[in-house]
Design a protein around this ligand. Structure first.
Ligand SMILES: Nc1nc2c(ncn2[C@@H]2O[C@H](COP(=O)(O)OP(=O)(O)O)[C@@H](O)[C@H]2O)c(=O)[nH]1
Ligand SMILES: [Mg+2]
Length: 349
């Protein structure tokens, strides 16, 4: 670990461990209004929540895949918006969440707990719906959570790049307007970054005056070793199909930073021997493909050469084991880690 990263980790430590920062942690700049607050991104699986988080923060914080239920825990991303002519400086603390669904396993229940915890105490909800998916009634479950929370919400109609008929959009807006009193309904494309400036304006307007909760160079509270596990999992999701992506999880066992090389060892857990065989592939080809793709991404993120070793273990029905699922939670894992090296943050760019 470089000195720089070390100090970044140290300065970011207090705000990262379980506790949400409170107003007064950092004073707003004297004299100029500054807006800040927590904004929860909610919606059903695959609506584009994580794509939106990454687009707004400007960094890849959350993994993306065409498969539903890619995101399994809430992911915090910080948007620092400098003061401009028509808008005050702001800090938007976004919480990306797992897709709202009816859980049928310990993992699913944990995912929905993550959703509820993100909703707790947030200032604003961004309910995101996929305009290419009909009927809109399938957003009902997420909409119920919005209603129950009593928190102001903006509705984002996402993936408008895939909509050829603008009339459809108007009809959809009408349909949603009848269902809930949204502060605004904004058509966007998270992928093409369409409509995001307008969205930022509306979010900033909706947030109260408040302090900057996080230092300006911090974009997330996720420890790097968790992001590494997620990058490996993303490659598994992209390379496999059917049950394998859903039966897989990744744990980083070793994370050692040298001057020129970071050594990482991670275990990919699956549920059956047949899945293990798929993940290894003929002559180890699949594992090699996953490992190489993940390593390149990790090197890009860390800005250092990486030696990545991957292991595969079978742990039958891990998704049903509350204990195992709880153990995957990095916020819990942090409680067991004592060395500051273990909570390295993203290096400053
Ligand atoms: N065409 C299009 N695809 C999108 C857009 N936003 C997200 N996607 C795709 O939708 C899929 C699910 O996105 P993701 O962000 O993982 O959704 P999440 O499950 O809600 O977090 C991915 O294949 C994304 O590339 C968009 O604005 N337009
Ligand atoms: Mg997601």
């Amino acid at each position: 670990m470089t000195q720089n990263q070390n100090s970044a980790a140290a300065s970011q430590k207090p705000e990262s461990e379980g506790r949400r920062p409170e107003a007064g942690d950092r004073e707003p700049r004297a004299g100029t209004p500054f807006h800040s607050g927590f904004v929860c991104i909610l919606g059903r699986p695959n609506a584009g929540k994580s794509t939106l988080l990454n687009a707004l923060v400007g960094e890849k914080l959350a993994i993306i895949s065409p498969k539903p239920q890619t995101t399994r825990n809430r992911i915090l991303g910080i948007v620092h918006v400098p003061k401009q002519k028509d808008r005050p400086g702001s800090q938007i603390i976004l919480l990306d969440t797992p897709g709202v669904h009816r859980p049928d396993s310990s993992l699913g229940r944990k995912m929905m707990t993550e959703v509820r915890e993100a909703l707790e105490g947030c200032n604003l909800i961004l309910l995101i719906a996929d305009v290419t998916e009909r009927p809109a009634a399938r957003d009902r479950f997420a909409l119920d959570l919005v209603k129950k929370s009593g928190t102001p919400a903006l509705l984002l109609l996402n993936k408008i790049d895939r909509l050829s008929n603008k009339q459809d959009l108007l009809a959809l807006m009408d349909e949603y307007r009848k269902q809930h009193d949204f502060q605004e309904i904004i058509p966007i494309s998270a992928l093409k970054r369409d409509g995001l400036e307008l969205l930022l304006d509306k979010v900033i307007q909706a947030l109260p005056e408040g302090p900057a909760y996080f230092p300006e160079d911090q974009v997330t509270d996720q420890p790097v070793r968790f992001m590494v596990a997620e990058i490996v999992r993303e490659q598994v999701l992209l390379a496999t199909k059917e049950e394998v992506p859903y039966s897989t999880t990744v744990v980083v066992e070793q994370f050692e930073e040298g001057k020129r090389l970071t050594r990482i060892a991670a275990t990919i857990y699956c549920e059956r021997d047949s899945q293990k065989a798929i993940l290894v592939g003929k002559g180890g080809q699949m594992l090699k493909k996953i490992g190489t793709a993940a390593r390149l991404q990790i090197e890009r993120m860390l800005g250092i050469k990486v030696f990545l070793e991957l292991f595969i273990k079978v742990r039958s029905n891990w998704r049903e084991s509350r204990e195992f699922v709880d153990g995957l939670d990095w916020r819990r894992q942090l409680e067991g880690l004592t060395s500051p090296n273990d909570i390295t943050r993203l290096p400053r760019k």
